[in-house]
Design a protein around this ligand. Sequence first.
Ligand SMILES: NC(=O)c1ccc[n+]([C@@H]2O[C@H](COP(=O)([O-])OP(=O)(O)OC[C@H]3O[C@@H](n4cnc5c(N)ncnc54)[C@H](OP(=O)(O)O)[C@@H]3O)[C@@H](O)[C@H]2O)c1
Length: 341
Amino acid sequence: MGVCREWRLRAVPRGVLAADDLALADVALPQPAAGEVRLRVLRLPMDPAIRMTLASRGGNYGAGVAVGSAVRGLVLGRVEASRSPALAVGDIVSGFGSWSEQIVGDAARFAPVSVRADLPLSIHTHVLGTSGLAALHGLADVGAVRSGDSVLVSAAAGGVGSLACQFARLLGASRVVGIAGGAEKCRIAVERYGCDACIDHRAAPDLEAALRAALPEGVDLGFENVGGAPLQAALALLRPGARIALCGMIAEYDAAEPAPGPANLWNLIVQRARIEGFRVAPLLADRPRVDALLERIEGWLRAGTLQYDIDERDGFEAVPQAFAALSNGGHRGRLVVRVAD
Ligand SMILES: NC(=O)c1ccc[n+]([C@@H]2O[C@H](COP(=O)([O-])OP(=O)(O)OC[C@H]3O[C@@H](n4cnc5c(N)ncnc54)[C@H](OP(=O)(O)O)[C@@H]3O)[C@@H](O)[C@H]2O)c1
């Protein structure tokens, strides 16, 4: 029986996750039982919504993490022992696990990943993983993006947002405007991720007015990653028949209480518009749809039409600081912790 380390919740965070909200603990690894595998965790993608599972308030999807328990999240790992016919030693897999160096669990929780040897491994958490799936599923399936649409993307320089900006253009949007924090991120959103304009939410005293100037024709499709002020501004700019694909609400994840709702939901009625939330986790069970989405994304990638950035932080110990960077905007593109190679 081996031993490894895992990150456990030590105290319910108040605000942005602090290093001492988590504690490293040694865990004994049992031998895999029938149907189980043992994984070596290679990459831990830092997914903002994990913060909601650490919150004490309700309204969560899935059970929250109890104090003293391991934090849960998506993992990319290598099978090191298998008692399942579905997975072999050496397979690279992804699925929902915990912030641990090794995991023993039901093989059915993990799906094999067909590794592209010419690309960084972390691409399977980003362009060819959940960020890419969230961006394309949100735009195409939920937001029903159409040729000629004006599209607004919040957190436009982040993992999902940077791809949503580019996918929107590839799917025929005629104007793509981003919202990001800081002049440098806005520059990248325009020069690298193909936005026509990007509004710095930290520098715009009136976000709605700044967006109205950048999108004088209004918004046909809002790809919402943030909630709060960006969502309210998007609602104000809706055109008739517009859609908002609600991917995330990171502005709320660190708050002790949910923020008051947007003051202008009425505009959905005026414009006969709709807002629809979605999640990638249940989509992963629909293998044919996932494969079709990934095939389309890989086509764009291989054609050289996609720019992507992966911000990799080295070492399992880096997890708390890396996760906090999601809230303070101290990263670019997809944020991933490299646990092992
Ligand atoms: N529905 C799903 O299945 C699904 C799947 C994946 C991700 N998501 C959601 O998609 C969103 C983006 O996720 P990601 O992994 O790609 O993260 P990310 O965009 O790479 O990182 C989060 C970014 O959000 C911005 N931000 C953080 N706090 C903010 C605040 N209070 N106000 C305004 N902006 C703030 C920061 O960007 P700036 O520095 O530019 O402000 C930060 O870099 C998250 O809401 C996440 O929960 C949903």
